[in-house]
Design a protein. Structure first.
Length: 511
């Protein structure tokens, strides 16, 4: 089922790209080379996501090795590191170029994931007795530093390859890449954790308890050597993203080019805020002044702060809500089997019979994000002449409705599931449109990385706020969960309306 859905997404995605047209009049050769540029870089970005949220997946398998407050500490330090790293890596990427930045991010994150995997190996396989939490605090923070190169690099490179009139389409691409990364992290990562569990998990009232694996999980167990193991091989959830990132590092080394001119095509004026000044000397002072004094960029940053609250406010907390109200993230079916020697075996069937939204959360987020990103891009480019504000305002207006509906739907599990998926559709669409597209428009090619760094930093400040706030609020009552989210939807709507008519200066001059 998942494979068919992903195939449908792929077909729809390419249809969307064709329907987006060719407003800048590029040659077919240029467009083909551009795909070879952004597609591998996009996959690298998606695998960076896999190597970021794999900690969330691994935590479910660590048990007492990593308690909730330990995980909260590790994730908080990593999130703060990620947000602050943009102050360095944004301007650095504008100076050295997006190719070097994405290579640094992929290689650095791969090394950190390998290190976290090695620590997990020694704890799991060698039964080392050291406290893994302080080690993970440091390694995950370093991982998040290198992760911060991803968004700034992809926006920096594509600011040279996409004209402002076609960047709404790129916003759809950006949202799709985020969605694939979430799918890789939650569903692929979850499958890896399940497949690498030991066959006989434990005993229960003297009975042997055994997992029953699906076809894909049995395949993973075979190639990873997990069959017959005496311990959970959780470390593979770190090793596999690391290996994928190393593969993409090699691919990017040869395929990725910062500008069309480096790939045998003609550089062109993209019509953004850098038009007419590309030959001027690079200046950090001028760059920071442009970003920090631009009211449009500051407004977009405030909107994206709200996006950070709303995106992670549903993406992370929905599964926790299901578990705590009794639905369970995976409804397990149990039956007894009598063995030939008279011993009883308890088989634990997987989550195929569980709650639909919990068991397919990563895939559903992927679908919502892909179509949210494509819809936001289409609305912006085709209906509002490449203005980003109207697209963001319409989606934020929908989120006002959905957060209000959540308040009255907490006991209606399936209706709530539909609502939070629609919320994800909207917020990922907005995030791709503003962080992935508006940053290029108003930061210009010269300052695209610094602009996206500043704005993405606000996204993660919003993430930190909701993480701390909802952690306390939900201890009082889950009824306050949507009540906390609703004001941020209203604020985001108000601010999006404020930039309804905003264009980069070059567009106003007809460039």
């Amino acid at each position: 089922m998942a494979e068919l859905i992903l195939l449908g997404i792929l077909i729809t995605w390419f249809a969307f790209l064709r329907l987006s047209g060719n407003p800048a009049g590029h040659s077919e050769a240029f467009r083909r080379r551009r795909v070879l540029n952004w597609l591998p870089m996009g996959l690298t970005y998606a695998f960076l996501y896999m190597g970021r949220y794999n900690l969330t997946v691994a935590k479910t398998a660590f048990g007492d090795l990593m308690k909730n407050h330990d995980f909260g500490l590790i994730f908080m330090v990593g999130t703060v590191t990620y947000a602050l790293a943009f102050l360095i890596n944004g301007p650095l990427t504008d100076k050295m170029g997006g190719k070097k930045a994405i290579l640094a991010g992929a290689l650095g994150s791969a090394v950190m994931n390998l290190a976290m995997g090695v620590v997990t190996y020694y704890v799991r396989a060698k039964q080392a007795t050291f406290d893994m939490v302080p080690v993970f605090v440091v390694l995950y923070a370093l991982n998040m530093y290198f992760q911060s190169f991803g968004a700034v690099a992809i926006v920096k490179v594509n600011s040279h390859w996409f004209h402002v009139r076609e960047r709404g389409s790129f916003g759809g691409i950006f949202g799709t890449l985020i969605s694939l990364g979430i799918y890789f992290a939650f569903d692929w990562g979850g499958a890896i954790v399940k497949a690498t569990r030991r066959g006989i998990d434990s005993t229960w009232f003297g009975l042997r308890i055994q997992n029953e694996f699906g076809t894909m999980q049995r395949f993973l167990r075979t190639i990873l050597g997990a069959e017959g193991t005496t311990h959970d091989q959780t470390y593979w959830v770190f090793f596999i993203p690391a290996l994928l990132l190393l593969v993409m590092f090699v691919v990017e080394l040869f395929l990725l080019k910062d500008r069309p001119g480096e790939a045998g095509h003609q550089d062109f004026d993209t019509g953004d805020a850098s038009s007419g000044e590309m030959n001027e000397a690079f200046s950090y002072g001028k760059l920071f002044k442009r970003i920090l004094t631009n009211p449009i960029i500051l407004t977009v940053a405030a909107i994206e702060f709200c996006s950070g609250v709303l995106r992670n406010g549903v993406m992370h907390w929905y599964l926790i809500y299901l578990k705590q109200v009794g639905v369970g993230a995976s409804m397990v079916k149990v039956h007894l089997v009598q063995l030939a020697d008279g011993e009883w075996l308890v088989r634990l069937l997987g989550s195929s019979k569980g709650f639909f939204f919990a068991d397919n959360w990563g895939l559903l987020l992927c679908v919502a994000g892909v179509y949210g990103g494509m819809s936001a891009g289409f609305i912006s480019d085709k209906l509002f002449g490449s203005r980003r504000g109207p697209s963001a305002a319409l989606l934020y207006g929908a989120m006002v409705v959905f957060t209000s509906a959540m308040i009255f739907s907490l006991k209606l599990n399936y209706l709530l599931g539909v609502i939070v998926i629609l919320m994800s559709f909207c917020v990922i669409g907005v995030h791709g449109m503003l962080s992935g597209t508006a940053t290029m428009d108003f930061g210009g090619r010269r300052g695209a990385a610094t602009a996206v760094g500043a704005i993405d930093g606000f996204v993660y400040l919003g993430t930190g706020l909701q993480s701390i706030s909802l952690g306390y609020i939900t201890e009082v009552s889950w009824q306050w969960w949507p009540v906390f989210l609703a004001p941020f939807a209203l604020i985001g709507l108000f601010l999006s309306i404020r930039i309804w008519r905003a264009f980069p200066e070059a567009r106003r001059k007809g460039k």
